[in-house]
Structures are given as structure tokens and as C-alpha cells.
Design a protein around this ligand. Structure first.
Ligand SMILES: Cc1ncc(C[n+]2csc(CCOP(=O)(O)OP(=O)(O)O)c2C)c(N)n1
Ligand SMILES: [Mg+2]
Length: 1030
């Protein structure tokens, strides 16, 4: 560390720091300089009182610190290793410069008259610019920044005791090692005036750099080298012409639509047009540095411009999407059927494109479709990027890059941004760095920054993660391009996140039909007169003589004529479905193309091999003795075939899918062990602390990541989004997210509402993501009982009043439904359920109400013969062994049982309780049948009718453990009625309800009340008299 850092070390503190390998180490870190400055761009309210805490309260130039420095120096002279490396460097260099060791100690000037105090002052002045220079930078194109007088005092040389007479004195700035000298251009001596000029130019121009919060000196030095040296600053004429061309495209695109589609919402980019040349420079630079794929997520603002000018989505198509009468995709290309879903508004759609770069590389770009919910797409992009890295074997994560575009309001306001940043360095979620670009137009709809955030910049959250932030004046296209390139270089170099904050403005309202002066009159007075970034750039290039007016006119005419041509073509444009479908999914069926039902049973030999592999702990792993016992028990289950429990069934599903070549990934809070201590997918050696994952060794040479089980950060929204993005890249993977308890999934509600339940319908993108939501009433209170099953069922798009086609060879019911909701009750059924996700030619989200006490229930066991594909084994039917959508009564009833007086339909673990109640005492009820609806959605009409036929005289009862206004009751009712009506068996009135009453809370918090409720409804289910409710 060099002398720039040395000043920071004076008031060091010990700080417990997390290192990414999981070990905790103590390290001395640079204290974050207290900065009271609030730079909140644009406010229409009066300036708030500034609290100036920038006093020299703890400067090391005061006497105490001078004494301290002298003490340090004395120690150093006695023994250079007695001081921190940075001080060693500092003194070494001062002395080296002076050639006279000891002079400095005596306070005699170095470099002629330069004293130690002056050296330190100079050092602090430079450092002040590095830390706070951005506050003085010219970042706001509108100059509305009302806090200009809040510039920190330490940027004033007088603050450091320099006087005007010092300006032309020469000072020694340093040329040593790799940490400095950048500013001085390796000139050892400079006048204070030229040092100040360099500082102003570097840190207070149109770019404001924030990087001094990064606690890694090598990264800071790398950035300093980029920022403080001159050679990175200038573009040549050719590059300028390219920037001009790109800016013309960006600007004219918006102008064109403003004229042609005056009254249409498009969330134009006007005021922030430099985003387009910036993105293109960034992508070009990234491609030069080895990036091959970029996954982009972005909100509404400027999305059409990005689609047209960066992604090269055909302009005719973009224009045609404005046409409300356009016939999109009505012709059938025979590949995916004519399924169109509901579609979505034009500024939510995704696309992908292979783009040649300016320097002859090719880069594949994908823009992910996203909902209106701002920032919700962030972790979806990360997940997709991570999946690409896995499939491309991009181990150092340099070929696949995630880029997120944000708005200033949403970046500061949405919590998922924080969750996103928190995934950035986690081993199983890291994507090697995301580039964030904030289109900071200084307003969010009608809300000023002062009302929208409490931080100085909208990007401040990123500082918590050692992320460098480049603020840039959006009117300066070259500055924008420069920081965009620098961001790409940073990401490729350090594999870490970086933020570019383009400070611009919004020329018109939030959308094109909004009047912005209602709420931002002052800002819009200024905007009215403000030239566009294109006008500013053209003027600059004309004045410098680098382009002529004719050249500029030629470019404009060319762009305008292409836009007109494409607009004319848009009238006849017919959307092809391949415009939306992703290439990796070739051969997968749309909801309207029949996919045959497949056997999910496994060859017994394979099953046995997998079973042995995943229950074997190598001798060298010293597992915890209880865990060892669990594994020994599992091994016995495999060998005997008896008593296979939930955890082993799950592991067998994973293992068999792996040996069939599929990737399996399970993520969520504490999933490695399992919330209920049941999974133990990762073993922890009790002596070496090494981890061992048996499922990572199902076959020789299995690649490490092929089976991934990973504890996640304590996030639902972010992590679920990540896994969903992951699942969308390649269909040949079982990707699962497990909630700690099912109700925590409501923290991820946006993901369920906007992506999972509706994604296929809106965007024609499938996902087979499995969501495990532990659910069940066992007296643990309102927060741990219910996964809110009712919500998932309510979001099902299956029409309840008409029986769908249920004939096995024609059945598309499951393909036509938006998702599956299942509450399985046997390990074997769970095994087949998971395998079914992969063994089909389409993908559907699967919501599983997963068990808690069934994990260890003595009756919730399966036999290995239920997992295999051997004819004659239990579960083997005409189609082989498969997931059972409904499990019939287990009492060996024949096809018609006239003596059964009640048929109880139920779902989930309540079955075991009902069954136990039925068998109690001497009055065991052999005239009651209990059937389990394992798959609630889509509803198994055919199997329910089969059971209704089996019990022609039975009263039909729906029994659930959830309160009446929750659980499956209101979903089941119309569907069961439809099934009954269809066979002349009655309707709603004939469906009786047994369960808890309506309730606001999901469950009681009193265990005794729980037990009482439970026994009451179980007894009611078995009562001799007919059920009278409702
Ligand atoms: C989660 C969410 N909440 C609210 C909205 C409604 N909304 C749409 S745009 C917008 C303002 C966004 O401001 P900013 O992030 O600065 O982007 P800008 O429109 O200025 O580009 C709001 C509040 C939304 N789309 N998503
Ligand atoms: Mg904004």
C-alpha cells in the first residue's frame, strides 16, 4: 500500500469481516470517511438545512496527530517493520526523495521546503478528491442540484493549510510503486496549481467516481490507474463518429415514434438517449474482453429503443406492435401450434439476438421479458446468467454476463435490489459480477428524489458491497461511453458488480400522455430550454471541426429513411412465433400440442445402484454420529426395499435423474440439512470440517455442479427469482426452490403472480421450476402451519365448470393449465412427481405442499418396488409406474362398493389422521372410504369420477385441516360439482364440508385449541349421521 492509503490508516479500527470462504478473519480496514454531503439531484422543494460535519475534528494534522506521525516515524527509523506497510512506504519514499534520512523527522522540508506536515496535507488533499471529488463533479445536465454549496471543505486547499502563495510552489507528489504516480503522470514534482488542475479534471468533470469505499487497495489502484491517467480519456475521430451515429439512431428513434405514435405510451428515453451508445460501447468492450453472451433485464424506460437499437429487434416488428389491429401470429408454422397466450404490452417483451460487434466479434444478447413490477426481473437475470455459465462450462464466469438497467426511483426503493446485490458473491449464486446501469432521470413518476430516498445518491446501496459507482452526466456521450467501457473492464477484471449512474432527465412526462409540469414545474421549465445530448454533441464536433454539417445531415437522412421504410413494412408485418420461442427448447410442446404421458418408474438395477451410491459415506468422511446412523438406516432401506421415507425418496428421484443426464439444483434456506433436519444432503466431517455430498457422486466422473444443493441467503423474493431464471435456460434440469415454511413464500409473491403463474401465458416461456412449501397443521401456530394453498389454487387458470378432455391419449389438461399444485402423501408418489417434471415434453411450474410431520410418520413409507418399472409391482399399470394424481382407498375395495355410506375426499397429511380415526376402537368404520386427491390442480376429474362410480351410494364429503376460507375447499367445490353433475350424481348441495371453521389467522397459536379443533373435525368426519354442513 502506498501513501495514498497511508493517511487512511491513522484511525484504523478492527472490524470483524466476513471472507468469502466462510472463515472469519480480523483485518484492519479503511474507515469509511464520514461524508455529510447530500447530493440528491433535483428537488422542487426548498433546500434543506445542511449539517456540515466536515470539520477538522479528527484531522491528523492537528497537534495530536502530528505527534502521532512523529512517533510513527521514530518507530520506523528504529525498525521499518514496526509500522504498517503503508507507513513504511510513505516514509521510505519521503526519505528516498530527500536522500537524507532523518531530515523529515526533524521537520526539515523534503523537496526543498516540503515539510512532513505539508506532505501529509497534500496527501489528504488528493485523498479528499478521491473520496469526495464526485460531489463537486458536473453531473446534473439540468444544473438543478441545489446543494452545490455543500461541497466538502476538504476539497479546498485552504482547508489543508495551503495558501495562494503555495500554488506555484513545487511539491513532491510521488512516483513510487503501483499505487500512485498516476495523477502526476510520473512527474515527481508538480506545482500545487497543476496538482489541483489534475484533481479537478479527474474527479470533478462530467464523471464522479465513487470507489474509495472499496476495501481492497489493489482494486482501488487499478481504478486509479484507469481514472487518473490521461491516456484513457480521449476518443479519436473515428470513435467519435461512431458515437455520433449511435446517438443519432437513439434520438431519432424516439423522435420518430413521438411523431408517428403521438398518443401511445412507450416510456420514451428522451433526455437519456446516451444510454444507447453507452450500452453499445459496453457490449463491444465486453465482447473484446471475452464475453459471448449477455443477459439483460430492464424496465419500461427506453426499452423499445434498446430493443431496436441494441438488440436489433426488427423495427418493423416494433412498429407493428403499436398497431392495435395487427394480426399477430395467426398463421401456424407447424412447430409450436398456434398458442399465443395472453401476450403482454410491447414494453415488457423479451427478445434475443446475435450481434456482430464493431471490432468483429459476435455476441449473443438476450433481453428477458419482465412484468411491470420494477426490479422484479433482477435476480431472474442472474439465475439465467448463472445457468448459462453452467451449461457453457464457463468456470471463470467471463463468457456470460448479466446486465441490469434500473431507474433511479426503483433502484433506491425496491428491496429486491439489495437482495440481488447480496447474491453477488455467494458461491452458488455468483455470476462473476453484474453490470448495473441506472437511467437516473431524477424523478420517479411524479416523485422527487427527496421524497423517494434517504440516501445521497440513488446508488448508495451498492456501496455496502464494495461496488464501484461511476456517476456520469448523461449529456456527455463520451463520458457515458467511457464509464460504460470502464464498467465492462472492471467486471471482466475483478468478476464483481459495478454501477454506472447516468444522470439525465426525462424530457416529457412519465409516459407520453402525462403532464409533468403538474408536479415538477421548475424542472420542466429548465428542460423546455435544454438542448438534447445529440445537439450538444453535434455542436461540439462541429466546433472542433471533426465532422461537417453535411456529414451530420447525411447521417440523419439515412436514419430517417430507414425508419420510414421499416414503418411502411410494419403494416404487413406478421409476428412469427419463433420471435418469442427460445432455441434451447426445440422439440418442446406448446400447451396446444399433445405430449404423451410417460412412465417414471426406474429400472431396478439402476435404482439399486443409485440407492447404494447415495447412501454410502466414504470411510475418510467422519460424519456426525446421528447423521451416520441416518445414512446407515437409508442404506438398509435400499437393501431391504422396506420403509423408504420421504428424504430417501427425494434423494432417489434426484439420483436417478442425475444418472439419466439431467442437472439437479435445489436451493433455499437451510436446504442442505433441511429445515426439519431430514434431508442431510451435505455431510460435515466432524474432524476436518470438510463437506461431502453423496448425491454429487452418483456416478463416476460426475461433474461437481451437476447436483447442486445450496443454502441460500435469507431471501425469498430474490432467491426464488434466481431459481426461476435458472430453470428457464435449459429444460433438462430439475430446478427446485424450497421455502423454510410455506407461508414465507408470500415474501416472493411477485414471483408467483407475475412470473410463475403467468409467464408462459404472457411471454411463451416455459419453466419446470419446483417450489416446495412445507405445509400442515400440527399445532405450531399461525405462522408455521399454512403455505396458503388456497392462493396457489386460486391462481390456477383451469375453467371449473366444464369437464376437460380426460381420455389418456387425448388429454392435454395439464399442458393447458398454467401450473400444477400437488400435495403428495407417499414417498413413492413424491419420487414419481419429481421425475415426471423432467419426463415429459413440456415444462410447467410445480407447487408442492411439502410435508413436515410426514417426513417421519411411521405410515408414510413406501416400498422400493413402488419406484421401479417392473410389471406386477405396486403402482404399475397399463402405462407403467407413474405419479398417482389420486390415491384410492387402501382397503382393497372392488370396482363397486354399494355398502360404503360416505366417501371422504381429502388431500395431504390429514389423510393419515382420518385413517387413524376411522380405525379407532371397536367401532372401526368399514363403511367409510377415504381417497386422497394428490394433484389438486389440474383437478383429476377422471379419477374422482372413477371413485364416485365405485361408491354409488356414498355421501360425498370434502375434508380438510385448513380453515374453511383457506385450503382447497373453495377450489374443489365447483370442480367436484362439475364432475358430479356430469355423471348425474348431484351438485353443490350434495358436497359436504368437514374441517375447521372460517378464520382470519391461518391457525390457532394455542396447542390445546389446535388439538381440540382437530379431534372435533375428525370425529365429525366419522359421525354416523349424515353430515349437515353446509
Ligand atoms: C414495484 C412497482 N411499484 C410501482 C410501480 C409503478 N411505477 C411505474 S414507473 C414508476 C416510477 C419509476 O421511477 P424510476 O425507477 O425512477 O424510473 P423512470 O420511470 O423514472 O425511468 C412507478 C412508481 C411499478 N411499476 N412497480
Ligand atoms: Mg426515474
Amino acid at each position: 500500500m502506498g501513501w495514498f492509503r497511508a493517511g487512511c490508516m491513522i484511525s484504523t479500527k478492527l472490524s470483524a469481516k466476513r471472507n468469502l470462504c466462510g472463515l472469519h478473519i480480523f483485518r484492519i480496514v479503511q474507515p469509511f470517511p464520514f461524508s455529510p454531503i447530500r447530493r440528491i439531484f433535483h428537488s422542487t422543494i426548498t433546500k434543506q438545512e445542511q449539517v456540515n460535519a466536515n470539520r477538522k475534528t479528527d484531522s491528523f494534522l492537528d497537534s495530536a496527530n502530528s505527534v502521532y506521525i512523529e512517533e510513527l516515524q521514530r518507530s520506523w527509523e528504529a525498525d521499518p517493520s514496526s509500522v504498517d506497510e503503508s507507513w513504511d512506504n510513505f516514509f521510505r519514499n519521503l526519505v528516498g526523495q530527500n536522500h537524507v534520512k532523518g531530515m523529515a523527522a526533524a521537520g526539515v522540508g523534503v523537496s526543498g521546503q516540503q515539510s512532513i506536515q505539508e506532505s501529509m496535507s497534500l496527501l489528504l488533499l488528493v485523498k479528499a478528491y478521491q473520496v469526495n471529488g464526485h460531489t463537486k463533479a458536473n453531473l446534473d445536465p439540468l444544473n438543478l442540484d441545489l446543494n452545490k454549496d455543500a461541497i466538502p471543505e476538504d476539497l479546498d486547499p485552504a482547508f489543508h493549510s495551503f495558501t495562494e502563495s503555495d500554488l506555484d510552489r513545487e511539491f513532491y507528489l510521488g512516483v513510487w510503486d503501483d499505487s500512485s504516480g498516476f495523477l502526476s503522470g510520473n512527474r515527481p514534482v508538480m506545482t500545487l496549481r497543476s496538482i489541483m488542475n489534475r484533481l479537478e479534471q479527474t474527479y470533478c468533470g462530467n464523471i464522479g467516481y465513487e470507489y474509495m469505499h472499496i476495501d481492497d487497495s489493489s482494486k482501488c489502484n487499478w481504478l486509479r490507474n484507469k481514472i487518473e491517467t490521461q491516456e484513457h480519456i480521449n476518443y479519436d475521430v473515428e470513435q467519435r463518429k461512431v458515437l455520433l451515429d449511435r446517438l443519432i439512431w437513439s434520438t431519432r428513434f424516439e423522435n420518430f415514434l413521438a411523431v408517428k405514435k403521438k398518443a401511445e405510451k412507450r416510456f420514451g428515453l428522451e433526455g437519456g438517449e446516451t444510454l444507447i451508445p453507452g450500452m453499445k460501447e459496453m457490449f463491444d468492450k465486453a465482447a473484446d474482453l471475452g464475453v459471448e453472451n449477455i443477459v439483460v433485464g430492464m424496465p419500461h424506460r427506453g426499452r423499445l429503443n434498446v430493443l431496436g437499437n441494441v438488440f436489433r429487434k426488427p423495427l418493423a416488428q416494433i412498429f407493428s406492435e403499436f398497431d392495435k389491429k395487427a394480426k399477430h401470429g395467426l398463421s401456424d408454422d407447424g412447430e409450436v401450434g398456434d398458442y399465443m397466450g395472453t401476450g403482454d404490452v410491447k414494453y415488457h417483451l423479451g427478445t434475443s439476438y446475435d450481434r456482430p460487434t464493431r471490432r468483429g466479434n459476435r455476441i449473443h444478447l438476450s433481453l428477458m421479458a419482465n412484468p411491470s413490477h420494477l426490479e422484479a426481473v433482477d435476480t431472474v437475470v442472474l439465475g439465467k446468467t448463472r445457468a448459462k455459465q453452467y451449461y457453457f462450462k464457463d468456470c471463470d464466469r467471463t463468457k456470460n454476463l448479466g446486465v441490469l438497467i434500473h431507474g433511479d426511483g426503483s433502484f433506491a426503493g425496491q428491496g429486491v435490489v439489495y437482495e440481488t446485490l447480496h447474491l453477488s458473491a455467494l458461491p452458488n449464486y455468483c455470476t462473476g459480477g453484474t453490470i448495473h446501469v441506472v437511467v437516473n432521470n431524477q424523478v420517479a413518476f411524479t416523485t422527487d428524489p427527496r421524497s423517494g430516498r434517504s440516501s445521497q445518491y440513488c446508488t448508495d446501496v451498492a456501496k455496502a458491497f464494495n461496488v464501484p459507482i461511476f456517476h456520469v452526466n448523461g449529456d456527455d456521450v463520451e463520458a457515458v461511453a467511457r464509464v460504460c467501457e470502464l464498467a465492462a473492464e472492471w467486471r471482466q477484471r475483478f468478476h464483481a458488480d459495478v454501477v454506472v449512474d447516468i444522470i439525465c432527465y426525462r424530457r416529457f412526462g412519465h409516459n407520453e400522455v402525462d403532464e409533468p409540469s403538474f408536479t415538477q414545474p421548475k424542472m420542466y421549465k429548465v428542460i423546455e430550454k435544454h438542448p438534447s445530448s445529440l445537439e450538444i454533441y453535434q455542436k461540439k464536433l462541429l466546433e472542433s471541426g471533426e465532422v461537417t454539417q453535411e456529414e451530420i445531415d447525411r447521417k440523419h437522412n439515412k436514419v430517417e429513411s430507414i425508419l420510414n421504410e421499416e414503418y411502411a413494412n410494419s403494416k404487413d408485418y406478421v409476428l412469427k412465433r419463433t420471435d418469442w420461442l427460445s432455441s434451447h427448447w426445440a422439440g418442446f410442446k406448446s400447451p396446444q400440442q399433445l405430449s404423451r404421458i410417460r412412465n417414471t418408474g426406474v429400472n431396478p438395477e439402476v435404482l439399486m445402484n443409485v440407492g447404494r451410491a447415495i447412501t454410502t459415506i466414504p470411510d475418510e468422511i467422519k460424519a456426525h454420529k446421528q447423521v451416520k446412523r441416518i445414512y446407515e438406516e437409508r442404506a438398509r432401506m435400499v437393501e431391504s426395499g422396506e420403509g423408504i421415507d420421504w428424504a430417501l425418496a427425494e434423494a432417489l428421484a434426484f439420483g436417478t435423474l442425475l444418472v439419466e443426464g439431467n442437472h439437479v439444483r435445489l436451493s433455499g434456506q437451510d436446504v442442505e440439512r433441511g429445515t426439519f433436519s431430514h434431508r442431510h444432503a451435505v455431510l460435515h466431517d466432524q474432524e476436518t470440517w470438510e463437506k461431502y455430498c453423496p448425491l454429487g457422486h452418483t456416478m463416476p466422473g460426475q461433474d461437481e455442479e451437476m447436483f447442486t444443493v445450496s443454502n441460500s441467503s435469507l431471501s425469498e423474493f430474490g432467491v426464488l427469482g434466481f431459481e426461476m431464471g435458472y430453470s428457464m435456460e435449459n429444460p433438462n434440469a430439475l430446478v427446485m426452490w424450497e421455502a423454510q415454511f410455506g407461508d414465507f413464500s408470500n415474501g416472493a409473491q411477485v414471483m408467483f403472480d407475475q412470473f410463475l403463474s403467468a409467464g408462459e401465458s404472457k411471454w411463451l416461456r416455459q419453466t419446470g421450476l419446483v417450489v416446495l412449501l412445507p405445509h400442515g397443521y400440527d399445532g405450531q401456530g399461525p405462522e408455521h402451519s399454512s403455505a396458503r394453498l388456497e392462493r396457489f389454487l386460486m391462481m390456477s387458470d383451469s375453467y371449473p365448470y366444464v369437464m376437460p378432455e380426460m381420455e389418456p391419449t387425448l388429454r392435454k389438461q395439464i399442458q393447458e393449465c398454467n401450473w400444477q399444485v400437488v400435495n403428495a402423501t407417499t414417498p413413492a408418489n413424491y419420487f414419481h412427481l419429481l421425475r415426471r417434471q423432467i419426463h415429459r415434453e413440456f415444462r410447467k411450474p410445480l407447487i408442492v405442499m411439502s410435508p413436515k410431520n410426514l417426513l417421519r410418520h411411521k405410515l408414510c413409507k413406501s416400498h422400493l418396488s413402488e419406484f421401479d418399472n417392473v410389471q406386477g409391482h405396486p403402482g404399475f399399470d397399463k402405462q407403467g409406474t407413474r405419479f398417482k394424481r389420486l390415491i384410492k382407498d387402501q382397503n382393497g375395495h372392488s370396482d363397486v362398493e354399494e355398502s360404503i355410506r360416505r366417501l371422504i375426499l381429502c388431500s395431504g397429511k390429514v389423510y393419515y389422521e382420518l385413517d387413524e380415526e376411522r380405525g379407532k376402537g371397536d367401532n372401526a368404520k368399514d363403511d367409510i372410504a377415504i381417497c386422497r386427491v394428490e394433484q389438486l390442480c389440474p383437478f383429476p376429474y377422471d379419477l374422482v369420477q372413477r371413485e364416485l362410480r365405485r361408491y354409488p351410494n356414498a355421501e360425498v364429503v370434502w375434508c380438510q385441516e385448513e380453515p374453511m376460507n383457506m385450503g382447497a375447499y373453495s377450489y374443489i367445490l365447483p370442480r367436484l360439482a362439475t364432475a358430479m353433475k356430469d355423471m348425474g350424481r348431484g351438485s353443490y348441495d350434495e358436497i359436504k364440508y368437514v374441517g375447521r371453521g372460517a378464520s382470519a389467522a391461518t391457525a390457532t397459536g394455542f396447542y390445546q385449541v389446535h388439538k381440540q379443533e382437530q379431534s372435533e373435525f375428525l370425529q365429525r368426519a366419522m359421525q354416523t349421521n349424515p353430515i349437515q354442513f353446509p
